[in-house]
Design a protein. Structure first.
Length: 181
């Protein structure tokens, strides 16, 4: 086993990549282009359907980019809805569509970052002699928080078919009709 496959003393004990796991990983990587293509196809179909709605849009990325859609980020026009984001998501879940109301996953908001405990109790990287930044600096990230206030997350995978797209769009349309101001 390579010395790079295990990182003792760095809080990653037991997280080792053995030869068998590496072999499986290499085979799985060959599937990646098909997986991404399937995710893109169904996500684009959902985006096209959302374009017909008044209150929901699927983020499809910046111009000249392509997403891989490991999840879908939907923006709600809350000013056009009579309910808040959490209520909308609960109703979507009741329609059988898995959705999450909070997307906020900034590393700076996790306890390991706030308490500066990444590599055990070493204090690294903040206590590294090479670190020149302020180790006590906070990162409020107002744009990320503003985005989270109007966005919901839908789990998505490569096995989502036209049926899942159709069911999701139907549920979104029903909720839009029910909650439209």
């Amino acid at each position: 086993m390579s010395p790079w496959t295990c990182l003792p003393g760095m809080g990653l004990e037991g997280v080792c990549l053995d030869d068998l796991s590496a072999t499986i990983g290499r085979v799985q990587l060959k599937k990646l282009p098909r997986v991404i293509a399937a995710r893109r196809k169904s996500a684009m179909a959902l985006a096209a359907g959302c374009a017909k709605l008044k209150t929901v849009r699927l983020h499809t990325g910046l111009p000249h980019t392509q997403g891989v859609y490991w999840f879908l980020l939907l923006r709600l026009a809350l000013d056009k809805l009579a309910v808040d984001k959490v209520t909308f998501v609960k109703a979507l879940n009741q329609e059988g569509i898995p959705a999450v109301s909070d997307y906020w996953h900034s590393p700076t908001q996790h306890l390991w970052c706030q308490q500066r405990k990444v590599f055990g109790s070493s204090g690294y990287p903040w206590k590294s002699p090479r670190y020149k930044g302020d180790p006590h600096r906070e990162y409020p990230l107002p744009n990320a928080r503003a985005t989270d206030a109007t966005h919901i997350l839908l789990p998505w995978h490569e096995r989502c078919t036209a049926r899942e797209v159709r069911d999701t769009l139907a549920a979104l349309a029903r909720l839009e009709q029910a909650y439209l101001k």
